[in-house]
Design a protein around this ligand. Structure first.
Ligand code: ZN
Length: 240
């Protein structure tokens, strides 16, 4: 089975479309969305409708909850807060209902998926350090955890001592457990502006993080035209 696992779309429909086209070309059998469909970008409705149409497993991200008033945005930074307020008015009842129905964790064959971390999925904690990774590994009873939230593709291996890599090819044939951050479709933060998603083929036990070119300028123009902060357009170009 080939799984296309993606998330942190953030209302960037230009990027989402290209990622889905690429996943189709790569012959993905199943699609899994790790949340943050909306927030920051100018096309949240299009993104929610597309995910709904796919009918795939989809989890809740903090921005999805912020956009429907399920999460307090006082702790968001200024731009995130502005974008959340804008997104709230952009969404219709259908999109709100969809976002409201999303869960926090799914367990599949040999892997689990979550937006932020496994040691408190509903708190949207980050896995940024070895300490965080350790907590999520303790909570993981599968071989692999796919997660997002930081927008930085980074893999932690359950070795002693723990190791990590930012490689785009992650072989898992030796049975080592791993926490794999799948990067971000719509707002990458690793200084590579291309969209990112993961392709997991369980027959050859290989995960590939695939980068996809899309019209970054167009997505930025839409942000400015929508009246969202210009800084959100600039960061797309920079990939941070
Ligand atoms: Zn996000």
């Amino acid at each position: 089975m080939r799984y296309a696992i993606f998330g942190d779309i953030h209302g960037n429909f230009d990027a989402l479309e290209k990622v889905l086209q690429c996943a189709e070309k790569e012959k993905a059998d199943e699609y899994i969305c790790l949340g943050d469909i909306v927030g920051y970008g100018a096309q949240p409705v299009e993104c929610v409708q597309k995910i709904k149409e796919l009918g795939c497993i989809c989890l809740a991200g903090n921005h999805d909850h912020a956009a429907i008033g399920k999460l307090d945005i006082d702790f968001f930074n200024l731009y995130a807060r502005e974008a959340a307020v804008w997104t709230r008015t952009a969404l219709g009842p259908d999109e709100r209902e969809f976002l409201n129905g999303l869960g926090f964790v799914e367990h599949l064959d040999d892997f689990a998926v979550v937006h932020g971390s496994l040691h408190g999925p509903e708190l949207f904690n980050y896995i940024s350090t070895i300490f965080d990774a350790d907590l999520s590994l303790e909570a993981l009873d599968k071989k692999i955890l796919f997660y997002g939230h930081t927008h930085i593709p980074l893999t932690f291996f359950d070795t002693d001592p723990m190791t990590y890599t930012m490689d785009g090819e992650i072989p898992l044939g030796d049975g080592t457990r791993a926490l794999i951050n799948i990067g971000s479709v719509g707002q990458p933060r690793d200084e590579d502006p291309r969209a990112c998603f993961a392709l997991y083929d369980d027959s050859d036990e290989l995960v590939r993080l695939i980068r996809v070119e899309y019209d970054v300028e167009k997505a930025g123009e839409r942000i400015i035209e929508a009246g969202l902060p210009e800084a959100l357009a600039v960061r797309l170009q920079l990939g941070k």
